[in-house]
Design a protein around this ligand. Sequence first.
Ligand code: ZN
Ligand code: CU
Length: 476
Amino acid sequence: MNYDLLIRNATVVDGTRAPRYEADIAVNNGRIAAIGRLEGAQADVELDASGRIVAPGFIDAHTHDDRLMLSAPDMAPKVSQGVTTVVAGNCGCSLAPAPKGMRAPVTPPLDLLDDAGGWFRFATFRDYVEELAAHPPATNCALLVGHTMLRVQTMEHLGRPAAKSEVARMRELAEEALEAGALGVSTGLYYEPANAAPTEEVVEVCRPLAKRNGLYVTHMRDEGDNVLASLEETFRIGRELGVPVVISHHKVAGSANHGRSEETLPLIEARMKSQPIALDCYPYCASSTILSAGRAAVATKTLVTWSRPHPEVAGMDLEEIRRDFKLGIDQLLPAGAIYFSMSEADVQRILAFEHTMIGSDGLPHDAAPHPRLWGTFARVLGHYARGLGLFPLETAVYKMTGLTARNFGLADRGVLKPGMAADITIFDAGEIDERSSFAAPIQPAKGIEIVIVNGAIVWRDGKPTGARPGQVLKRS
Ligand code: ZN
Ligand code: CU
């Protein structure tokens, strides 16, 4: 038998949490053709994976890669850590649709995708999907349409609930996006441009989700003092729409709330008995988003990740900037920041929770990004699974593959078995870890050897191969 690609002597961790086993894996036409002892088989490309783990390609459950896929299609921050699919359009922020276009200054937090506005050039969601199909990146993607983007494109003043006609227009845009291939709607109710939206507005804009069993994905209104109320709001939206919900980057922020994952996780688990709920988490106790005085006030330490008027301060501590440059927050805006505001015990409890998926929430256009952009998946496998023993390797892989594929309805991804798409990551379990840090965040992970997307090798010998086989994935 002759295959396109053959991986010999693999230690297979298949994405289901089943114990690892030894096998060869054959790939044909972008799909897994066979797994087993394939002694007589031959292939155009043969890889020896002796002593290596062969896993499904990782799925990044939470990204802001909407524009990265077009502006840096090698997707190096992602494929370098074994990611083969990214879920984009999170936190209410999507690059499309922009029927009215976008001019600078771009309303934060949409500016995390492009602060100059030039990339918001797709009048319809379908135009964006077609651009990705015409110029595919190295990874696959699953797309969400952002409620904040719909508000910015529909409303003159964002500090109030949408009027009936505005809700109707947003619903129409959401429906078009879902028809064009979006898997769901995301919200960023925490952020100013969407904060004035009452629960009812969200429900009415998201109505088209029901028909397609789309997902409701949310950066909740509050991840601090009122986190329980925000969870209940999320569950209510899911129930009223009759669709699954995804709680983005679950955390309990602010020192007064440290330890409260002991309240949030049991509540999530209890509600899961009566409605479909998923959640993701990044493996760090610092968050990152746009810079604001309010957020800096409740953090123990704040690092600036970018500043439009003062690019020279990127990577520096806010205190240091104040002292050495005599610059305050107002003079740095628009800007981004990293906030140390969580407890390690909560991060570990949330990561280890049976239903938690791994999502990076990486911000790919920041000058000095949070290390989660380049480090998330390697850190979970290295620091948390191998180093701390927080869970077995099989569980760590499941949290970034099989579990995520099931929650997002990516039926032919996330598990290694015949018939599935050939998204595969080969890594050294003894070596894998992040190399990125808060001081030096732009570093490819250690231990990732070969990454394959739809049967094509996209990362090898520590660099992108130039192959761009990514597809826009549909929910089934
Ligand atoms: Zn968010
Ligand atoms: Cu996010």
